[in-house]
Every structure is written in structure tokens, then in C-alpha cells.
Design a protein around this ligand. Structure first.
Ligand code: UDP
Ligand code: MG
Length: 319
């Protein structure tokens, strides 16, 4: 039996890119259709142009095309999630619909998968097409998140990847709302590998990732995979308290060794300020550490993920 592969494309106002995208996707699926059965799942994320009309037309002429039409614009990460939730194929590829992720790379993804990898990331070669601003902010983001988080987040990897059904079945159990899918996939573990490609520039339309959305994704990434910012409060508290202790030593030392000299007024004010500030920050940090526990519990992620089990007979020995 042929294995099945679904290609999931979150689509928001990509009307102008659709014809070329579709023909390039078809080239790939045709070249591999001896070994695999392909499905193409377009998730229309509340487009305001005629994207939906074009998609529906495609699905009427091509039975391998499915259109998942969301009720409104939910954003890139949720659109991908909807497509992944829908997919039940042996492998699921997610990629952007604006031709920045070249469909031809799917062949590389599939060939790595056939070698036995469960997750294949498509990693961009140094981002020549992106602006210096995007490159440097992305670099800083990946540096920070990997410093703070226990889950390694691969840098320069977007949401262009292939995942095996067994990984997808696990990812479907993650129920958190503010999601950073790259992180979740990395968290899941399994056999991961990477193929490289050059990211093209967008032929039509403009990026839908405004600065605000990029910032929100970065914050979701960091707060979703690290409680370091909460712990930082305590650390700050301890350093401020240390300053106040130094101040106290200075004031007391002055009183003992040079009693004739008045303790300057600023010293008293500074010491009490640092002391109070420090105590407050430490207490906030204490609150933070409880909140971080509540937070991790409410994320309700699976505690562990079993990749495979050899010899399942032991489970029901009586049978
Ligand atoms: N997209 C989406 N919903 C949105 C914004 C974007 O489904 O609210 C899709 C968009 O059509 C594209 C992909 O997500 O296929 C990536 O978006 P974009 O090209 O704007 O991001 P960038 O490549 O600039 O990071
Ligand atoms: Mg893009």
C-alpha cells in the first residue's frame, strides 16, 4: 500500500500566489505519486480577497485538494494547527502558501522521512532575502530563547517541516492556546533532522507578520517555554538587597570608626530604599515561583511521550 502525505498550507490573502503555488505543488506530487498518495490541505484563515473562491475552484477540479475554511482570521499558528488537526496522513508537511517555502523542497523532506526520520525541518540558509532588521531580531530571539528554555529551539527554522503521523498524534494532544508550534515539535522529541534550502522572497503581496505579530510570537515562544523571566524577579531582588546590606555596612562602619562624623542623609535614604525595594522584589519572586508552577500545570502538556514500544505482549500478559 502507498503511504499518504498531506501538505498543509495556512493561507491568508494569497490570491495572487495561488496559481503558481498550485502548479509547483502539483509538480512535486506528480513526480512522487508512484510511491505516495498526496493530499493538499489549504486552510483559509479568513482571507478578505478572493483566495477562498480560488481555493474552492481548485478543490472542485482536483479531488486531492481540501479547503478548510476558518470562520475568521485566527492567525498563522492557529491556521497551521487546524490543518494539522485535520490531517491523518502517514506524514504531514506544513509550509507557507506565499512561495517563500519552495514546494520543490518537499522532495527532500520526504526522502529524509523515508530514511526513517520522524521530524524533518527545512532550515533556511542564511536569510539573504530578509531585511537586516528581521535577521538581527530573529538572531537575538533564538539566542535568548535557547538561553532561557530547557527545550532547544532550532534557529532559522520556520514552520516548514514534515512530521510523521506518530509525532502529529502527540502534538494533537497539546491543548495550549498561545502556541509556538516550533517549540512544541521540538519538545516532542523523536528522531529529528534538517534539510537546507534558500528562502525565496515573496513574489506577491506583503508579509502578514507585522512587528506586533512578530513580537507576540516571540513572547509566546519565550513565555511558553521558559519561566526564566519570573525567576529573574527573585535574582533582581537579591541583588538589590545585597546593595542595601552594603549600604548598612557603610553607615554602621562610619558610626563606629568615625563617630564624630554625621551619617550623610542620602545614605540613610538609599539604604532604606534599597532594602524595601529588595524585600519587595524577593517577595514578588516568591509569588512568581508559585505562579510559574501553576502556569506549568495549567499548560497541561503530556508529561512524556512514548515513541515506540517493542514487544507489546507484556502489556496484557493474561491474553
Ligand atoms: N497567514 C495566515 N494567517 C495570518 C497571517 C499569515 O494563515 O493571519 C499565512 C500566509 O498566507 C502565509 C504564511 O501564513 O502562507 C506566512 O505568513 P507571512 O508570509 O505573512 O509571514 P512571513 O513569511 O513574513 O514570516
Ligand atoms: Mg512569507
Amino acid at each position: 500500500m502507498k503511504k499518504t502525505v498531506n501538505i498543509v498550507l495556512p493561507t491568508y490573502n494569497e490570491s495572487l500566489n495561488l496559481p503558481k503555488l498550485y502548479s509547483e505543488l502539483k509538480k512535486v506530487t506528480k513526480s512522487l505519486n508512484r510511491q505516495y498518495v498526496f493530499g493538499i490541505i489549504f486552510v483559509n484563515d479568513g482571507s478578505t480577497d478572493d483566495t477562498l473562491k480560488k481555493l474552492i475552484k481548485l478543490s472542485q477540479t482536483d479531488s486531492s485538494v481540501t479547503v478548510l475554511n476558518l470562520s475568521r482570521n485566527f492567525g498563522h499558528q492557529i491556521a497551521i494547527t487546524a490543518g494539522m488537526d485535520y490531517s491523518e496522513a502517514d506524514a504531514t508537511i506544513t509550509m507557507d502558501a506565499d512561495l517563500q517555502d519552495p514546494p520543490a523542497v518537499c522532495q527532500k523532506l520526504i526522502s529524509k522521512w523515508s530514511e526513517g526520520f520522524d521530524i524533518v525541518y527545512a532550515k533556511r540558509n542564511p536569510r539573504k532575502v530578509d531585511s537586516i532588521f528581521k535577521r538581527s531580531t530573529a538572531g537575538l530571539f533564538y539566542y535568548l530563547i535557547n538561553k532561557m528554555s530547557d527545550t532547544p529551539i532550532p534557529s532559522n527554522v520556520g514552520d516548514f517541516r514534515l512530521i510523521d503521523k506518530k509525532v502529529l498524534d502527540q502534538i494533537k494532544k497539546f491543548s495550549e492556546h498561545q502556541r509556538f508550534i516550533r517549540g512544541l515539535i521540538s519538545y516532542a522529541g523523536f528522531n529529528q533532522t534538517t534539510v537546507y534550502y534558500s528562502r525565496a522572497s515573496r513574489p506577491n503581496g506583503k508579509t502578514n507578520y507585522s512587528l506586533k505579530k512578530m513580537w507576540r510570537l516571540a513572547v509566546d515562544g519565550i513565555t511558553g517555554f521558559s519561566v526564566a523571566p519570573l525567576r529573574f524577579i527573585s535574582k533582581l531582588g537579591y541583588s538589590v538587597s545585597l546593595l542595601s546590606v552594603m549600604g548598612i555596612v557603610y553607615v554602621v562602619g562610619l558610626k563606629i570608626f568615625d563617630p564624630a562624623k554625621e551619617v550623610p542623609g542620602w545614605a540613610f535614604v538609599m539604604v532604606s530604599m534599597f532594602f524595601l525595594g529588595g524585600v519587595q522584589l524577593i517577595m514578588l519572586g516568591v509569588l512568581g515561583s508559585y505562579i510559574s508552577r501553576i502556569y506549568v500545570e495549567t499548560q497541561n502538556r503530556p508529561l512524556y511521550i512514548v515513541s515506540s514500544i517493542t514487544n507489546k505482549k507484556t502489556r496484557r500478559l493474561s491474553n
